[in-house]
Design a protein. Structure first.
Ligand SMILES: Nc1ncnc2c1ncn2[C@@H]1O[C@H](COP(=O)(O)OP(=O)(O)O)[C@@H](O)[C@H]1O
Ligand SMILES: [Mg+2]
Length: 498
């Protein structure tokens, strides 16, 4: 009843062996061999060589002992021992795969579903790292769908507006054909997804609501967090705000600008410029978005950053993170998952860019778990994401990575990475992920399931190209203007958001 795939031959080591292939077997297939002392042992076909005889090399995974620990066999196999295809129960038991939970996809090459524990995702954070176009956002979408099905609240930082498509069911013919294989059906989440825009409805007509920050009674500290002020400028701002406080119970940014412009200090010009830029973004309001509305059971709130400059995006992430962390600590909002796309922009590794959102993200990464605040960190540049954040992610999903710096960064950050795995992740096809998670015994390759809802990434790729062209044209124009005028105004315009 066991399917024979071959017979051991040649050198037999403690960690691997070769066998002559006689049955049907492919790379990454799971096989088992009988061992006198320890019983059935699980192995994975690491490579197959077609020479005179077809030979496969198997890396041993091991067996579960009575206590449920994964063990390596104590002695080598006998020559001529038979190699069988491993049956589903044996594979699941040995790898520690359990049924039920967050359904990610199928064990590569097998029809064995791979699930993650919901609690583990939220309490121990998760990262998705890979090069562009390898399926990061797609895979994040799969996790988001699963969390939505389980009514886990989500807050999604979406720089490219690619998650709005969660509202609609998957329309791809190609992908719908694969749904049966994965045992799923199409589904749109329009009733659960709310899209917020920090800009406005003419820039982002698809948004459901405006995202606004409280602009009333901004403190010196808050402004200092937002603005790159020198000590002298800070001093002026401090004096002005104190002055206003003595006169008014409630004040707006307008009041601050007015007060600062009355100052006699030369430092005031730059402060006014900064304040005006913030005001112009329209992000400040006297009816700010409530954190309790953003994080709600059964809802996914998307902050669609379309139309927001990078610095403003960082500012928004900073404010949101600070508020949700406080709110979670005080139990004002339920446990939830915070999804950060393009994480290298919001918590860059030291030595690369700087972001106001860095510190608070680092805090959430190290302390969030205590309060049921899970992070899902996504990036195409692992080397550029703060390694303190990455190293706190216990579930790692790695898709194809080819940049040598990024592979090195992964190896440094992830203890399970071996040199074989480095080779593996250069080769894995689109949609296949290397998964490492506390609940499974060793990293495995997962054929990530197709999406129930529409994936917005493709449209984004096109938009990105157009945007890039536009930015290039604009920066040329800007340069030209700057040279033409050399005026104070255009110099000023460059000062803040750069
Ligand atoms: N698991 C998958 N199943 C089917 N297609 C996938 C899968 N993962 C990725 N793709 C395809 O790859 C494309 C790029 O994926 P995407 O997640 O947008 O890349 P990234 O975010 O890494 O740049 C998608 O548009 C989709 O067509
Ligand atoms: Mg993407």
């Amino acid at each position: 009843m066991y399917k024979l795939v071959g017979t051991i031959s040649g050198e037999v080591g403690l960690h691997e062996f070769d066998f002559i292939v006689t049955g049907e077997v492919r790379r990454n297939e799971y096989v088992k061999v009988w061992n006198e002392l320890d019983g059935w042992i699980l192995g994975r076909v690491a490579s197959i060589v077609e020479a005179e005889k077809k030979t496969a090399t198997v890396e041993l995974i091991g067996y579960k002992d009575d206590r449920g620990f994964l063990m390596q066999p104590r002695n080598t196999f006998s020559r001529d021992e038979k190699v069988f295809k491993a049956d589903q129960t044996f594979v699941m038991d040995t790898l520690g795969l359990k049924s039920g939970g967050i359904y990610l996809g199928l064990l590569d090459g097998r029809n064995i579903p791979v699930y993650l524990r919901k609690e583990e995702l939220i309490q121990k954070h998760c990262s998705i790292l890979a090069k562009t176009g390898s399926g990061k956002s797609y895979t994040a979408g799969v996790l988001i769908e699963e969390l939505l099905e389980k009514d886990v609240p989500l807050l999604i930082i979406d720089p490219h507006g690619e998650y709005i498509s969660l509202k609609y069911e998957n329309r791809s013919e190609e992908e719908r054909k694969q749904m049966e294989k994965f045992g799923i059906s199409p589904e749109g989440y329009a009733s659960k997804v709310v899209v917020y825009t920090p800009a406005n409805f003419s820039i982002n007509p698809a948004a459901d609501k405006l995202f606004r920050i409280d602009g009333i009674n901004l403190s010196v500290k808050e402004l200092y967090d937002l603005l790159p002020l020198s000590d002298a400028q800070l001093g002026v701002l401090y004096q002005c705000i104190n002055g206003i406080k003595a006169e008014k119970e409630f004040y707006t940014i307008e009041d601050i600008i007015k007060k600062v412009s009355e100052s006699k200090s030369n430092a005031k010009w730059r402060i006014i410029h900064f304040l005006e830029r913030i005001r112009e973004t329209g992000i400040l309001s006297d009816s700010p978005t409530r954190i309790e509305d953003l994080v709600k059971v059964g809802k996914a709130s998307i902050i669609d950053m379309k139309g927001a400059e990078p610095k403003l995006q960082q500012l928004i992430v900073y404010r949101i993170c600070k508020e949700v962390f406080e709110a979670r600590k005080m139990g004002k909002i339920p446990p939830f998952m915070l999804v950060i796309e393009e994480a290298h922009n919001f918590c860059p590794e030291r030595g690369f860019e700087k972001a106001v959102s860095s510190n608070v993200l680092r805090t959430i990464a190290s302390e969030g778990r205590k309060f049921g605040l899970g992070l899902l960190v996504i990036s195409q540049r692992p080397a550029r994401v703060d390694k303190n954040v990455i190293s706190q992610c216990n579930t790692q999903i790695i898709l194809r990575v080819s940049n040598p710096n990024d592979i090195r960064a992964l190896s440094r950050g992830l203890e399970f990475m071996s040199s074989e795995m480095e080779e593996e992740i250069k080769r894995i096809p689109q949609g296949v992920a290397l998964l490492s998670s506390p609940s499974i015994e060793m990293p495995i390759l997962v054929d990530v399931r197709v999406r129930r809802s529409e994936h917005g990434g493709r449209a984004v790729e096109m938009e990105e190209v157009e945007k890039k062209e536009k930015i290039e044209a604009e920066s040329k124009k800007k340069e030209w203007n700057a040279r033409e005028e050399e005026g104070r105004r255009s110099m000023f315009a460059k000062l803040l958001f750069e």
